[in-house]
Design a protein around this ligand. Structure first.
Ligand code: AMP
Length: 460
C-alpha cells in the first residue's frame, strides 16, 4: 500500500478523552448556560472570558506543586518563543490573574465574575470524565464575611433547584486558616507516622507534601477511620466563621451536610470548602473511545458523582502577586450536571423551535422565493421568536421540497409558484394539519406572527 493510500484510509476520530457536542447536546448546554447566566446576573455576577492557555507558572503558583492536577494532569507545551504554557485545567487561576492584571480591586470594590468555558486535564478517560470538559464557575472577590460563603452556596443550590435536580447533596467543611491548619497538619502527620507501613504508594508521597489528601484517598481514606479531622483543630475565628456560614444557610433554607473529612484537591483553599454530589450518577459504562491501554478504572471508581465544588481562597490573590483581597468561588461540570439531569429524567426537552420552509415551483419563481427566504430570515420580530427559516432547494421538484420540509419537521411551508408570483401572493401550508391557504405576500410576516405564539420558539 502506498503512503498516500495509507493516509487516505486513516479514519479520524475525536482525540481520546475529548468529545463532540452535536446540536442535540449543544441545545442542552445552551439551556444550562442560559439558566446559569440569568441566575448569576441576579446575584450580581458579570461574565469574564479569559484565554484557554496561560503561563505554566501561574498554575504551579496557584494550584500548588503537589496537587494531582499539577503533578500529572496538565497539558503543558512550549510555544515558538520557548515560553512554557499550559492549557487551563480550571478557571480560577486565569480569573485571578486577570483580576490582578486589570487592577479590578481598585475599580470594583466588590468584584463578582463568572465564566463558562472548556477546561483541559490529562485524566484517565472514564464515563463522566473527559480530557476536555466544560465548566461554569464564579469567583467573588473582596468579601471576607461568612455572608459571602452562604450567598455563593445558596446561588449554587438555587441553580440546581431551578434545573429540577432534587437528589443533590451539599457537603460542607472548613479547612481552617494559617493559624489552625499547621497545627492540624502536625497532628495528622503524627498520626500517619504510625500507619506509614500500611499506606498506599501515593499516600506515602503525600504524607510529606500534602497529608490532607490522605483523607481523600480512595484506598487509605476509608480504611483509616480514626484519622483526626480538622474541626477539632479550628481556631476561634475559623470556628466562628463556619458557624456563621451554617447558621445563615439554615435561616435561608439552604442545605448542607457537615463533612469534616472533605478536603479539596487544590492547595489554595482556606476555610470554607464544599462539594456538590448526586447519587443519580451511578457507575456508568465507559465511553467507547476509552481504550484498554489507558487502563479502565474499576466500576466503583468509575462512578463520578461530583457535580460541582468550590470554597474560599483568601490568600490566593496575594500569593500570585496581587493585593491582599479575600475571595471565594466554585465551578460546576457542565457534562456531569447534564448527565445527572438526564439520569434523573429532569432534563428539559431540547426544543429546536418552529421551522418555516420556503419552497418554489418553477424556475422563474426562484429569485422571488430566494428573496422571500432572506426577508424572513432577517426579520427581527421572527428572530426574537427564534423562528428559523429553511429553503434554498428551489431547483428540486415541489414534491421533493415538501418531503424535505417534512423530514426537517417544519411546521409551515411557504410556497411561491408562478400564479402566486403574478398575483403578489404566496401559498401558506400547515404541514401538521395538511391545510393550505393563499395570502397576500405582504401579509406573510404578520400572518406568521399570528399563527406562531411567542412561546413556541426556542428559549435559549
Ligand atoms: P474541580 O475543578 O476538580 O473541583 O471540578 C469541578 C467540577 O468539574 C467537578 O465536580 C466535575 O463536575 C467537573 N469535572 C472535573 N474534572 C472533570 C473531568 N475530567 N471531566 C468532566 N468533568 C470534570
Amino acid at each position: 500500500m502506498s503512503y498516500n493510500s495509507i493516509v487516505m484510509s486513516v479514519k479520524f476520530q475525536a482525540v481520546r478523552g475529548t468529545h463532540d457536542l452535536l446540536p442535540d447536546q449543544t441545545a442542552h448546554f445552551q439551556q444550562l448556560e442560559a439558566r446559569a447566566r440569568a441566575l448569576f446576573g441576579q446575584f450580581g455576577f458579570h461574565e469574564i472570558r479569559t484565554p484557554t492557555f496561560e503561563a505554566l507558572e501561574l498554575f504551579h503558583r496557584s494550584l500548588g506543586e503537589t496537587t494531582d492536577i499539577v503533578e500529572k494532569e496538565m497539558y503543558v507545551f512550549e510555544d515558538r518563543g520557548g515560553r512554557k504554557l499550559a492549557l487551563r485545567p480550571e478557571g480560577t487561576a486565569g480569573v485571578v490573574r486577570a483580576f490582578i492584571e486589570h487592577h479590578l480591586a481598585q475599580t470594583n470594590p466588590v468584584c463578582k465574575l463568572f465564566y463558562i468555558g472548556p477546561m483541559f486535564r490529562a485524566e484517565r478517560p472514564q464515563a463522566g470524565r473527559y480530557r476536555e470538559f466544560w465548566q461554569i464557575g464564579a469567583e467573588y472577590f473582596g468579601n471576607p464575611y461568612p455572608e459571602a460563603d452562604a450567598e455563593l452556596l445558596l446561588m449554587v443550590q438555587t441553580l440546581y433547584r431551578a434545573l429540577g435536580l432534587t437528589d443533590v447533596q451539599f457537603k460542607l467543611n472548613s479547612l481552617g486558616d494559617a493559624t489552625c491548619r499547621p497545627v492540624y497538619r502536625r497532628a495528622l502527620t503524627d498520626y500517619l507516622e504510625a500507619e506509614k507501613p500500611g499506606l498506599c504508594e501515593d499516600c506515602v508521597r503525600r504524607m510529606a507534601k500534602n497529608p490532607f489528601r490522605i483523607l481523600d484517598c480512595k484506598i487509605d481514606g476509608p480504611r483509616l477511620k480514626n484519622l483526626p479531622t480538622i474541626d477539632s483543630f479550628w481556631c476561634g475565628d475559623c470556628r466562628i466563621h463556619f458557624k456563621a456560614v451554617t447558621s445563615l444557610l439554615e435561616k435561608a433554607g439552604g442545605q448542607y451536610v457537615f463533612t469534616p473529612r472533605l478536603v479539596r484537591g487544590l492547595d489554595y483553599y482556606t476555610r470554607t470548602v464544599f462539594e456538590v454530589s448526586t447519587s443519580s450518577l451511578g457507575a456508568q459504562d465507559p465511553p467507547s473511545s476509552a481504550s484498554k491501554e489507558e487502563g479502565l478504572a474499576s466500576k466503583q471508581e468509575r462512578s463520578q458523582g461530583a457535580l460541582a465544588a468550590g470554597g474560599r481562597y483568601d490568600t490566593l490573590v496575594k500569593q500570585i502577586g496581587g493585593p491582599d483581597v479575600p475571595a471565594l468561588g466554585f465551578a460546576l461540570g457542565s457534562e456531569r450536571t447534564l448527565d445527572a439531569l438526564k439520569a434523573a429524567k429532569t432534563q428539559p426537552a431540547a426544543s429546536r423551535g418552529v421551522l418555516v420552509f420556503v419552497a418554489a415551483q418553477g424556475e422563474e419563481t426562484v429569485p422571488a422565493a430566494f428573496q422571500l427566504l432572506q426577508e424572513l430570515r432577517s426579520n427581527p420580530q421572527l428572530g426574537e421568536r427564534h423562528i428559523s427559516v429553511e429553503g434554498g432547494f428551489f431547483q428540486k421538484k415541489l414534491g421533493a421540497q415538501l418531503t424535505l420540509a417534512d423530514r426537517l419537521d417544519a411546521r409551515y411551508c411557504v410556497i411561491m409558484g408562478q400564479d402566486e408570483l403574478e398575483k403578489g401572493e404566496i401559498t401558506f401550508r400547515s404541514l401538521k394539519e395538511s391545510t393550505q391557504t393563499r395570502i397576500p405576500r405582504q401579509k406573510l410576516i404578520s400572518h406568521l406572527l399570528d399563527v406562531i405564539p411567542a412561546e413556541a420558539g426556542i428559549q435559549p
